[in-house]
Design a protein around this ligand. Structure first.
Ligand code: 5AD
Ligand code: FES
Length: 349
């Protein structure tokens, strides 16, 4: 019995809480509250997924970006970023290696790079789906027009990751230049949903200017959007951005938010992110123990990894894909979980 059981029962049963109670869970740093929250989130995750963790093979295929988000190391204005692009053959060989290791989802992630036309990307998706009919293809390539999304979906892309970043329009303007709008981000998310993509959204925890009210809005937005995937991770400053001197987000708060999201959306696919593992050497394990059920190790060629630096000190930039698979399997086994060879699709009730 914990003094917080009433509150947590309410969250688990109603899948929501009134704002003041939710704010309390987000902000309280009482260790016994966090522990009860994590235990419960873990139990809910294991009811749906057992102790199975789904791996996604991340291929960071370009770090060119037309956007200028103030928090991001590959923003257009960062003249110090060393830019690279992978060819179709290079991307396919990452998939090849990934498939041999056991990955059954490939995530093609990149900056918003107009060099890759929708025709090129559609052809790439068709090739991957043709080579590996047992795999899911996830795109994470930013804001596009409905027609472009439609063609990518038609080419066989199954899923799309596009974090909403912040649900507060004022806060959105503190994080992005005026040409990048919260309204267009939401338009994109709705288009993706309409087209039948499994959609992933999410936000950074502790981004500059974020208040508790912003986080409450983030939770409301996610509840309304009902994405199949939810990615959250702590903000980490990058030295060559306007936010270089800002404080990083709080790991414990990120973990509480993972647990809250698990209780709000029991079947969601929630990664223990690389950013969490970057701020805390045990961050990904802690994420799993707070209710996450996905990990996203890198499949990009080792010689480009350091160049895909959204934030400073990113982990796993020197390891080969095989090393990360093994490393994660060992880490997960150590906490009683296992990495599985499975597409890990969203499974509606
Ligand atoms: N710290 C943490 N996460 C970041 N992202 C971008 N820059 C940073 C940073 N400095 C996140 C954004 C984006 C995702 C791909 O990475 O939320 O959507
Ligand atoms: Fe990459 Fe551990 S997961 S080295």
């Amino acid at each position: 019995m914990s003094p917080f059981d009433g509150l947590l029962d309410q969250l688990e049963q109603n899948k929501t809480l009134p704002d003041p109670e939710m704010a309390f869970l987000i902000c309280s740093d009482q260790p016994d509250l966090a522990e009860s929250l994590f235990t419960r989130a873990r139990r809910v995750a294991s009811q749906h997924f057992g102790r199975r963790i789904f791996p996604r093979g991340l291929i960071e295929f370009t770090n060119y970006c037309r956007n200028d988000c103030y928090y991001c190391g590959i923003r257009r204005s960062n003249r110090r970023a060393e830019r690279y692009r992978l060819t179709k053959d290079e991307i396919l060989s990452c998939c090849d290696q990934g498939h041999r290791l056991g990955f059954r989802t490939f995530v093609l992630q990149g900056g918003e790079d107009p060099f890759y036309s929708t025709t090129f990307l559609s052809d790439l998706v068709r090739s991957i789906k043709g080579n590996y009919p047992d795999c899911a293809v996830t795109l994470s390539i930013g804001e596009k027009e409905f027609e472009e999304y439609r063609r990518l979906r038609e080419a066989g892309a199954d899923r799309y990751l596009l974090r909403h970043e912040t649900a507060d329009a004022f806060h959105y303007r503190e994080l992005h230049p005026a040409v990048q709008t919260a309204a267009n981000r939401l338009r994109c998310l709705n288009d993706l949903k309409t087209l039948g993509f499994q959609v992933g959204s999410g936000f950074m925890v502790g981004s500059p200017g974020q208040t508790t009210a912003c986080l409450l809005k983030d939770l409301h937005l996610l509840k309304e959007l009902e994405p199949q995937m939810i990615g959250i991770g702590p903000f980490i400053p990058h030295q060559d951005t306007p936010f270089a001197d800002e404080k990083p987000g709080c790991v414990d708060r990120t973990l509480r938010l993972i647990a809250i999201l698990r209780l709000m959306m029991p079947r969601a696919l929630i990664p223990a992110t690389t950013a969490l593992g970057t701020l805390d050497p045990q961050g990904r394990e802690k994420g799993i123990l707070a209710g996450a059920n996905v990990v996203m190790p890198n499949l990009s060629p080792v010689d480009v990894r350091k160049k895909y630096a959204l934030y400073d000190h990113k982990i796993c930039t020197g390891e080969e894909a095989a090393e990360c698979w093994q490393c994660l399997q060992t880490r997960l086994n150590g906490i009683g979980y296992e990495l599985v060879v499975d597409r890990g699709d969203y499974n509606p009730a």
